[in-house]
Design a binder for this molecule. Structure first.
Ligand code: ZN
Length: 332
């Protein structure tokens, strides 16, 4: 996974230059750490002489580190399917890489009854880091969707979850069950509102329809994330008008022709959260490969560029937003 590290290094070095961030070339010797160890991208020097004021960060990669550096930046991956088979061969290593990058909270949206056990097992294995959600994904809404909804309901009766997700409408591959998808979305959104829990919305070829539905269902009890937002500025504005509704920003923001980079200026930092949607939607420079939570800082670094601010500010704002979303009205 890490053979492309030099490419990543080039990418971050380029970011260093553009953001005025200082790199530490001799750090490996000083730290005594093996060069094969993955490193945190986000670190800060507290004591270095002549170091500019505290807002300057060392964006470091590979084996660069210095002895007085400690990792201070944390990130949250608000949407990651790390329980899927794609990670069967290196799940432990993949989570270690995320932790090395400061990505220490992984929120896992469920898909359907076939993925529940794997997701809950991972939550048991990493209770500090992996947090389960429960909901029926629109791609799993078929003729038997009522049975699948019963599964969701019975899981919520057995225990609480941080969010209802992921739910929504997907008309990309198949429109046969469009009406059932709308029904499943509405039912699950109402369940979430009754429980005071947020919903995680999946919209594919259905964003306007979902914006309309959320406008209808919106009230003081509704908190939502439009996961992996990749709509237009007009669609973003319509969402931003709804209180407690946020945009999940993922790898698309790093794509040259993703379009999202052009509209981020219109989206306030206090309305976005970070996500990978791993194993899908891999950010640059790994586009086309398997995605994983360790790549969250690449998305954050691109946002720091677009908002013309420090990586720390992105980390702080998005962490605060995630905390507000997932802790709000929490009755656990
Ligand atoms: Zn997803």
């Amino acid at each position: 996974m890490y053979d492309s590290r030099c490419k990543l290094e080039g990418y971050i070095n380029e970011l260093d230059k553009r953001c005025g961030v200082v790199a530490q070339p001799d750090a490996n010797k000083m730290s005594g750490r093996a060069s094969s160890e993955p490193r945190s991208i986000a670190t800060r020097s507290a004591k270095r002489e002549g170091w500019p004021p505290s807002d300057v960060f060392v964006v470091q990669l590979k084996s660069r580190s210095i002895s007085n550096i400690e990792v201070v930046m944390k990130f949250v991956d608000t949407h990651t399917h790390v329980y899927l088979d794609h990670f069967n061969d290196d799940r432990q290593e993949m989570i270690d890489r995320a932790l090395e990058q400061g990505v220490d909270k992984l929120y896992m949206p469920n898909i359907d009854s076939s993925t529940t056990d794997a997701m809950l097992k991972l939550e048991l294995d990493y209770p500090e880091h992996c947090i389960a959600m429960m909901g029926l994904h629109p791609c799993s809404v078929k003729a038997d969707f009522e049975k699948e909804l019963q599964h969701v309901e019975s899981m919520w009766q057995q225990r609480n979850f941080v969010a209802m997700g992921e739910i929504g409408i997907d008309l990309h591959w198949d429109t046969t069950f469009k009406e059932q998808q709308i029904e499943a979305f509405t039912i699950q959104t109402n369940w979430a509102k009754e429980r005071g829990r947020p919903i995680i919305i999946h919209a594919r070829k259905s964003l306007d329809l979902l914006i309309d539905l959320v406008q209808e269902l919106h009230d003081d009890n509704l908190t939502a994330i439009f996961h992996c937002f990749s709509g237009t500025e007009v669609q973003a504005q319509a969402i931003l008008e709804l209180e407690n509704v946020y945009l999940g920003i993922g790898g698309v923001v790093t794509f040259k022709n993703g379009g999202l980079d052009k509209i981020m200026h219109a989206i306030p930092l206090d309305r976005i959260v970070l996500e990978t949607d791993a194993p899908y939607l891999t950010p640059k420079p790994y586009r086309g490969k398997r995605n994983e939570p360790a790549y969250i800082p690449l998305i954050a670094a691109r946002l720091a560029e677009l908002y013309d601010c420090t990586l720390e500010r992105i980390s702080e704002s998005t962490n605060r937003n995630a905390e507000q979303i997932f802790m709000k009205n929490r009755q656990m």
